[in-house]
Design a protein around this ligand. Structure first.
Ligand code: PLP
Length: 434
């Protein structure tokens, strides 16, 4: 059922996990609950008007394993799951490192990234509950495309508020979302009150994820048939993404290996959490000695922010969540890896960070270092990563070069969260390609 061919470890669709893993009951200390701010209406009560019931139930799930509905599993398989785990032997050779490097191929996805894993689950619940339309934000555009794909398969309409700084140079991704039937608007837009007020302040406002979230929430609060969907940060999103790490554990078992280091880029935390959470379980419950590294941009190094209650969006429509945060009103300089430009990290990841369970690496905002590292990967492994995934590669290469210095034969596992076929303009700008 399972096969290892050369450097590639592949699971049969029958071996796709049947449940997602919920780390919340296994966390060393209870996860601080969402709260209402002192002023204004109850944001907690409003959640029922924003999210589907299914999503809210999963957000508060207390069971350790949550069954993946058969229809969702079927769609996972159609979207190319289980995805390969690849031993980066050519990269190892190029680096002349004694380390073993493995990467999970989340880029083997119809829309280009891991975001499909939660898009399918969320669209499935919205459809089941009779909603006709979904609305969302997107930064890199990968999440918007993933939800556009899921909505199109499940016959739902979709409105996307896309951070202007990224939408302005990703014309092909804009077209792909439209091909799936989504209605896409650069954010801030003139469709919402918060968008209009921002445009009044600055007609060329570059936008930001916190602001685009505010636009999408305002949109659904004005339409009973519409439901909001978030592509990162929240517990249910990380729950869906654990499919990545659960598959990877089976794949590593097959080659009788286990990671010493687990690495991924982190914006809100969904791909990092997806890969790492099943391994965090082993560290917390079984005392496994694993180092976890989240790769971030100096533009928005949210894991170095304060661990405190903060809003998830710019306009303060969400409840307060306890997160490592740089502040929901802060502006962050646009970067090519726009999916990493968010003010806070997921509550689950933030709790692990505050508990001393993980490290972070912060790379310069001019992005030359990470894109040069990604070029080495492209030339050895052959896959073109998404701009965000370049950060995972940079951190994995740095770790492998440390092993070269020390002579340690560590096993390094990293996530290739997406492909960059629609990000070539970003590569061209940073690497001065013609
Ligand atoms: C390909 C890819 N990787 C990573 C990220 C970062 O988000 P998260 O931290 O939720 O994985 C994004 C966000 O848009 C993305 O598109």
């Amino acid at each position: 059922m399972i096969s290892v061919s050369g450097n590639t470890i592949i699971l049969h669709p029958d071996d796709l996990p049947t449940s997602w893993y919920n780390i919340v009951p296994d966390l060393p200390t209870p996860l601080p609950p969402p709260m209402d701010p002192e002023d204004g209406p109850s944001r907690l009560q409003q959640l029922g008007n924003i999210f589907s019931k299914g999503v809210l139930q999963q957000e508060m799930a207390t069971d350790t394993y949550v069954k993946i509905p058969d229809e969702v599993r079927e769609l996972y398989i159609q979207s190319g799951r289980p995805r390969p785990l690849i031993r980066a032997k050519r990269l190892e050779k190029k680096l002349n490192t004694p380390a073993k490097m493995y990467y999970k191929g989340e880029f083997y996805s119809p829309t280009g990234s891991h975001k499909v894993n939660t898009a399918i689950a969320q669209a499935y619940m919205a459809k089941k509950e009779g909603f006709e339309r979904m609305a969302t934000e997107t930064g890199a555009g990968q999440w918007g495309t993933a939800l556009a794909y899921a909505c199109s398969l499940l016959d739902l309409e979709l409105t996307v508020y896309w951070v202007r700084a990224a939408s302005s140079w990703k014309a092909e991704r804009f077209r792909l979302m439209q091909m799936y039937g989504a209605d896409v608007h650069p954010s801030p837009s003139s469709r919402t009150e918060i968008g209009r007020s921002m445009l009044k302040e600055d007609p060329d406002h570059p936008g930001g994820l916190g602001l685009a979230i505010s636009e999408a929430i305002e949109d659904v609060l004005n339409d009973d048939k519409a439901v909001y969907s978030l592509g990162s940060v929240l517990n249910h999103v990380l729950l869906h993404q654990t499919i990545i790490g659960l598959e990877t554990k089976k794949q590593m078992e097959l080659v009788d290996d286990y990671p010493d280091v687990v690495i991924s880029c982190l914006g809100g935390g969904s791909n990092f959490g997806g890969l790492s959470i099943p391994f965090f379980r082993d560290k917390i419950k079984d005392g496994k000695d694993i180092k976890f590294v989240a790769a971030q941009s100096a533009s928005a190094p949210n894991l170095n922010g304060e661990y405190r209650y903060d809003f998830g969006d710019y306009a303060e429509q969400t409840p307060l969540l306890k997160m490592c945060t740089l502040g929901h009103k802060e502006h962050f300089p646009p970067i090519k890896a726009d999916g990493l430009r968010y003010h806070a990290a997921a509550p689950i990841i933030s709790a692990l960070r505050a508990g001393g369970y993980m490290d972070s690496m912060i790379y310069p905002a001019d992005e030359d270092y990470v894109f040069q590292r990604a070029k080495i990967f492209v030339q050895t492994e052959g896959f073109v990563p998404a701009a965000e995934s370049n950060y995972s590669i940079a951190a994995a290469i740095d770790e492998a070069l440390e092993c070269k210095e020390s002579g340690e034969e560590k096993t390094i596992l990293f996530n290739l969260s997406g492909h960059g076929f629609m990000d070539m303009h970003g590569f061209a700008d940073i690497l001065k390609l013609r």
